[in-house]
Write a protein that binds this ligand. Structure first.
Ligand SMILES: *Cc1c(COP(=O)(O)O)cnc(C)c1O
Length: 212
């Protein structure tokens, strides 16, 4: 079933859109099954959950892990150690910390900055104005590669409202010459793709209801 959902989705996606399979709430064996179909990019939002699962996955050598959850400063060391991509950095201060740790570990994480386009207290994210204001400084930070924006739309919007916000995110990324836009989840990925997403983040559409 999961395999079929995955393959169907892959078939629908334009070739320039990357699929991040979000495995939070699902087991190592679920990850393995999708990995066996050739999927290498997996997203997790809790550090400990991800690390607990990682040890049980066979042939995990070419899996690329993406961190998509809220970043707690005291977890940054583990995040940098275990995740090549970070979609959810939402402050300048955290970027500096990521950079400091990355330089120590000789890693260069790829980062998409999480922005919020509407005031949604339930979601992380920087306002774009804040990001823009710090941009010249951000570009100077060593040990990281910031290559895109990430956004999560508030719940309960119409398809058309989702589309509008995603287009806004795309145009802001373009205005800063950032190629990547991480946007679109199980409920709204079609609108995100229409608006120019380059990374959709999909969990339940593939795996069903989260179980752990
Ligand atoms: C859980 C999660 C997803 C996947 O959500 P689904 O609705 O299950 O596809 C995508 N992005 C983030 C940031 C998440 O936390």
């Amino acid at each position: 079933m999961e395999e079929l959902n995955y393959l169907k989705l892959k078939e629908l996606l334009p070739s320039n859109v990357n699929l991040l399979v979000v495995s939070k709430g699902f087991k190592s064996s679920d990850i393995e099954r999708i990995h066996n179909l050739g999927q290498n990019h997996f997203g997790e939002s809790r550090v400990q959950e991800a690390l607990d699962k990682k040890i049980f996955i066979n042939n995990s050598g070419n899996i690329k892990w993406h961190f998509i959850g809220r970043i707690q400063t005291n977890k940054i060391r583990k995040i940098v150690q275990h995740f090549e991509f970070i979609h959810s950095c939402d402050s300048y201060r955290k970027l500096l910390k990521i950079s400091e740790v990355a330089l120590q570990m000789q890693k260069v994480p790829t980062i998409m900055m999480q922005i919020k386009l509407l005031n949604d207290p339930s979601k992380g994210g920087m306002f774009f104005e804040e990001l823009k204001e710090k941009w010249d400084q951000i570009k100077e930070i060593k040990g990281i590669k910031v290559n895109g924006l990430m956004t999560i739309n508030p719940k309960g919007l119409s398809l058309n409202e989702n589309l509008k916000l995603f287009r806004k995110c795309r145009s802001l990324a373009d205005s800063m010459n950032l190629p990547e836009c991480s946007m679109g989840m199980s409920q709204d990925w079609k609108q995100a793709v229409e608006a120019g997403s380059t990374w959709i983040r999909i969990g339940s559409l593939i795996f069903g209801k989260r179980t752990i």
